[in-house]
Design a protein around this ligand. Structure first.
Ligand code: G
Ligand code: G
Ligand code: MN
Ligand code: NA
Length: 252
């Protein structure tokens, strides 16, 4: 699979879907997260959970990640003209972030696509970041300095630490869907935890995004605790760009 992963880009087997995000208070469009898909002629759709780890092992993640970033920035540049103020989130592997060339690659992509840096949010998985702290931190500060926004992805899994939020220049916290689910099953305890997290995040001028939002009960609880943004099947599954655009345009 490693070999074909490297050729997937030239064979045009990769595509990017966009999952809409809405402001919880108003229901207005906030943005979308770019999610890569790999469709192989023989096997059909291979989920990113399967091929991203392989790409990280082989180093193909650098080319793959660059391709996704460029696709998402090209799309973001279009939407910045037609759908003002929307932000596009792009998942970035910590291996990309650690690569000394990454900030330069990002700046070059922003230039060539014409995407405004303020409209791009790089999503970085929190636990990965903690493992690679020293080199990644330098890159993050440089990237943040260029105006690109940063999100701590999958927050609440692994070994989340609040001090992480103090050390990294993060603009968004994305609450992992396992925590969102526990809001209903674990009740008050999880609710208190998230409520405190939102207060803490807001005091540091960060916004909180809830992932994997599936039910109206979850929505009402999160809205009540002033969580800013939601993303999940309750609103929309990940969609091809044109469909995501139509969804967001109706909610501007
Ligand atoms: O798309 P979803 O459905 O199945 O994604 C599964 C996981 O794969 C998510 O945790 C997401 O962060 C990750 N993922 C999706 N697209 C990308 C990508 O372009 N780059 C990286 N590094 N991870 C991605
Ligand atoms: O987390 P990654 O960046 O972790 O994230 C997005 C992944 O979650 C994508 O694979 C997407 O297809 C999936 N996803 C999106 N909405 C929902 C949802 O409401 N519930 C669940 N279980 N998964 C979702
Ligand atoms: Mn993500
Ligand atoms: Na996530």
């Amino acid at each position: 699979m490693q070999d074909s992963l490297l050729r997937a880009i030239e064979r045009e087997e990769l595509s990017v879907l966009y999952q809409p995000q809405l402001f919880l208070e108003t229901g207005h469009a906030a943005g979308a997260e770019a999610l890569v898909r790999w469709e192989r002629p023989e096997e059909g759709l291979i989920p990113p959970e399967r091929f991203i780890p392989l790409a990280e092992e082989s180093g193909a993640i650098l080319d793959l990640g660059r391709w996704v970033l460029e696709s998402a920035c090209r799309q973001a540049a279009l939407w910045q003209r037609s759908l003002r103020g929307l932000r596009v989130g792009v998942n970035v592997s910590v291996l990309q972030l650690e690569h000394p060339g990454f900030p330069g690659v990002l700046e070059e992509i922003l230039r060539s696509t014409g995407a405004a840096p303020e409209g791009i949010v790089l999503e970085i998985t929190e636990s990965a970041l903690l493992e690679h702290e020293r080199r990644a931190t330098e890159a993050l500060w440089r990237i943040r300095g260029s105006g690109v926004r940063l999100a701590a992805d999958d927050f609440g899994t692994g070994y989340s630490s609040l001090s992480y939020l103090d050390r990294f220049p993060v603009d968004y916290i994305k609450i992992d869907r396992s925590l969102v689910r526990r809001l209903e099953t674990n009740g008050e305890r999880t609710a208190s935890l998230l409520e405190a997290l939102v207060v803490f995040a807001h005091s540091l001028k960060m916004r909180v995004v809830a992932e994997g939002l599936e039910t109206g009960v979850q929505l009402e609880l999160l809205r009540g605790m002033r969580c800013d943004i939601g993303q999940g099947l309750l609103f929309s599954e990940p969609l091809p760009a044109e469909e995501a655009e139509a969804f967001l345009r109706e909610r501007l």
